[in-house]
Design a protein around this ligand. Structure first.
Ligand SMILES: Nc1ncnc2c1ncn2[C@@H]1O[C@H](COP(=O)(O)OP(=O)(O)OP(=O)(O)O)[C@@H](O)[C@H]1O
Ligand SMILES: [Mg+2]
Ligand SMILES: [Zn+2]
Length: 241
C-alpha cells in the first residue's frame, strides 16, 4: 500500500498523519484515507481523457438489446475480476457506447478492486511509440512501452484506426503478444466489424491482419454493439436554437 499522505483536505480521522487509532484502542493502524488517496492517484495515472471522465456504468442507459448485453457482460466481468481469463472486444459503429463502457469498466477496476490500469487511444499509443523509436538500436523507449505492457488492465481504444503498415502491425502484435503471454487483461474497442453491413467496407481483419485477429479470438470475449449514434442524440437534445 502507498504511504503517500492524503491529497486534498486534511483527513479528520488521522489529521493528515496517515495513522488512526485501532478500534480496540490498543495501537494505531493505517488510516483508510490512504486508500482514497491511492485510488485518486491510480485514476489520475490511468490517462482517461477528460471527454470520457463522466463515463460510468450507472450513466450507461442501453437503448438497444446489444447494449444491454454489453453492460451485463461488463458487470459480470467486474463480479469475477480478478478471476478472469479473457478481456473484452467491443465492436460497433460510431457513438454506440464502446468507449463509454470500456472506460466505465476501467474506472470500476481501479475504484473497487484497487488495481491500476491504463487507457490508450490506439493512434496516440502508436504516435508515442513512434516518437520514442530509436533507429540505431531499433527499439522504442522502455518508458513508453513499460506501462502499456505491465498495466494490470489496458483499454486500447479504436483498434485498427491507423493505416495498417507493417510497422503498425508488428508493434501492436508485440504489445498484444506480450500482454497475452503475461496473462494481462486488455479491453479493445474498434469501429471495424468482421462482417460490415455495407459490401466493400474494410473488416477488422483487413485493418489488423489475420494473425492478430485470430489472437483476439483467444484473448477476448467479443460483443457487437448496435444502436443509434448517441452523440447525435445528445446534440439534438442540447442545441438551443
Ligand atoms: N447507452 C448510453 N447511455 C449513456 N450515454 C451514452 C450511451 N452510449 C453512448 N453514450 C455517450 O455518447 C457519447 C459517445 O459514446 P462513445 O464515445 O462511447 O461511442 P463509441 O462507440 O466509442 O463511438 P466511436 O466509435 O466513434 O468511438 C459519449 O459521450 C458517451 O458517454
Ligand atoms: Mg470510441
Ligand atoms: Zn486519514
Amino acid at each position: 500500500m502507498s504511504t503517500e499522505p492524503p491529497s486534498s483536505e486534511i483527513c479528520p480521522n488521522c489529521k493528515g498523519s496517515g495513522w488512526e487509532l485501532a478500534e480496540n484502542g490498543t495501537g494505531v493502524r493505517r488510516c483508510r484515507c490512504l486508500d482514497a488517496a491511492r485510488i485518486e492517484r491510480l485514476l489520475a495515472e490511468a490517462r482517461i481523457p477528460k471527454r470520457y471522465e463522466h463515463c460510468d456504468l450507472d450513466s450507461f442507459l442501453p437503448n438497444h438489446e446489444s447494449q444491454k448485453k454489453a453492460k451485463i457482460l461488463v458487470l459480470r466481468f467486474l463480479e469475477k475480476y480478478p478471476q478472469i481469463d479473457a478481456g473484452l472486444l467491443f465492436l460497433g459503429t460510431c457513438g454506440v457506447g464502446k468507449t463509454h463502457l470500456a472506460v466505465a469498466l476501467l474506472k470500476q477496476v481501479i475504484k473497487e478492486k484497487g488495481d491500476g490500469g491504463l487507457f490508450y487511444d490506439f493512434r496516440d499509443l502508436l504516435r508515442e511509440i513512434q516518437a520514442s523509436w530509436n533507429p540505431v538500436s531499433q527499439t522504442s523507449e522502455w518508458n513508453v512501452l513499460k506501462p502499456v505492457l505491465e498495466a494490470k488492465i489496458l483499454v486500447l481504444d479504436e483498434l485498427g484506426a491507423n493505416k495498417p503498415t507493417d510497422w503498425v502491425r508488428d508493434t501492436i502484435a508485440h504489445i498484444i503478444n506480450c500482454r497475452y503471454n503475461d496473462k494481462r487483461l486488455t479491453i479493445f474497442t474498434s469501429n471495424f466489424l468482421d462482417n460490415p453491413a455495407k459490401a466493400g467496407e474494410e473488416t477488422l481483419t483487413d485493418r489488423i491482419g489475420i494473425r492478430l485477429r485470430s489472437r483476439l479470438y483467444e484473448m477476448c470475449r467479443e460483443i457487437e454493439i448496435h444502436g443509434v449514434d448517441f452523440r447525435k442524440e445528445i446534440k439534438k437534445a442540447t442545441f438551443r436554437y
